[in-house]
Design a binder for this molecule. Structure first.
Ligand SMILES: Cc1cc2nc3c(=O)[nH]c(=O)nc-3n(C[C@H](O)[C@H](O)[C@H](O)COP(=O)(O)OP(=O)(O)OC[C@H]3O[C@@H](n4cnc5c(N)ncnc54)[C@H](O)[C@@H]3O)c2cc1C
Length: 316
């Protein structure tokens, strides 16, 4: 169905719009199809979310039924499943704003759409955090590893203390790079499996270590380090720096409509609904546990809640 907006631009009308086609958005879309909601999924990148955009090369852990598969393979499999169900997915179409009090107008750089309910499943990757040290703009500084094989034979410093840093360091080491992992604390916030892999590897762990500058002429040649306990300074000859120090979610599209957030997450009730009736959220953006299965479960819950909100069935 279509209608004209006040500028006489033709806009399409949906029951439900899902923002983000990562695991949460895709799970939500599959259930929406099953529940016969007229649904549109919009993603700023490609379907699959973090799996295809952040770790396409890495083996996916602890996702029931998907062993020995990379992020890219799992992303393709789940995206193909949802696409083959006939779901309407627009890739490379970033949502910039949501307006209204229901129905909602969802705006992208390309078009405007109307929906009775919206599920926000935008993940937490947003904008990667910076170290804010000199040299961060040099060639060879990145915030994710797209293809570990490109680093074979290189000297790489990974910065960070969570699983993203651990995964990146291990992936690079297994691909044949010489790897250092620098963390500003004396302990990682990583899974036991990753800790074990790090211990078994020849990755050099630099504890209590901060980067004071990245040095080089156009591209990375070395980093200056400081031990934040002893004050000892050192310099490491390096070809590349991978910064895995988290990200600030790009929640811009929900800011003007007034969806409440807490730290980096959107606040939802037990049904996955935000403080704005008709706007739901799912996936990493709402969950303490940031894993695929959790994203799928919260995506599914958000769709069932949206269905009840839109259709008001007698059994709700
Ligand atoms: C390096 C790394 C390794 C991991 N390994 C594992 C693992 O082995 N096993 C596991 O279970 N979990 C793993 N995870 C976590 C898992 O990938 C996430 O929990 C899961 O992807 C979250 O799904 P999501 O749909 O909430 O968000 P995401 O997967 O981040 O997807 C969000 C989507 O929203 C889109 N988007 C964002 N803003 C907008 C906007 N304004 N408009 C339109 N689209 C937008 C993005 O383009 C993206 O496609 C890993 C994460 C990382 C970073």
């Amino acid at each position: 169905m279509y209608r004209y907006n006040k500028n006489t631009v033709l806009i399409m009308i949906y029951d439900l719009i899902i923002i983000g086609a990562g695991p949460a958005g895709l799970a939500a879309a599959l259930d929406a199809k099953y529940l016969k909601l007229k649904t549109l999924v919009l993603d700023a990148g490609v379907a699959g979310g973090a799996l295809s955009q952040s770790y396409p090369w890495k083996g996916v852990d602890s996702y029931l039924g998907f062993n020995n598969m990379t992020g890219k393979e799992v992303a393709e499999k789940i995206a193909d499943h949802v696409k083959s169900s006939g779901a309407d997915i627009h890739e490379m179409e970033e949502v910039t704003d949501i307006e209204g009090t229901g129905p909602f107008i969802v705006k992208t750089e390309k078009a405007e759409y109307q929906a009775n309910a919206v599920i926000v499943a935008t993940g937490i990757r947003g904008v990667p955090r910076k170290l804010s040290v000199p040299g961060e703009q040099l060639e060879g500084v990145d915030n994710q590893v797209q293809d570990p094989d490109k680093y074979r034979g290189m000297r790489v410093l990974v910065v960070g203390g969570g699983d993203s840093a651990a995964d990146s360091a291990i992936g690079l080491y297994e691909a044949g790079a010489s790897v250092w992992l620098a963390h500003r604390r004396d302990e990682l916030r990583a899974t036991d499996e990753n800790r074990e892999k790090l211990e078994e590897s020849k990755i050099t762990l630099l504890w209590n270590t901060e980067i004071s500058s990245i040095n080089g002429d156009g591209k990375v040649e070395s980093v200056s380090l400081v031990n934040n306990q002893t004050g000892e300074k050192s310099r490491l000859q390096i070809d590349s720096v991978i910064l895995c120090i988290g990200s600030a979610p790009a929640n811009n599209c929900i800011q003007s409509i007034g969806v409440k957030t807490e730290n980096v997450c959107i606040k939802v009730d037990e049904n996955g609904m935000t403080n704005i009736p008709g706007i739901f959220a799912a996936g990493d953006i709402v969950s303490k546990i940031k894993r695929i299965l959790q994203a799928l479960a919260t995506g599914e819950k958000a769709t069932y809640s949206a269905y009840k909100y839109i259709k008001n069935p007698y059994w709700k």
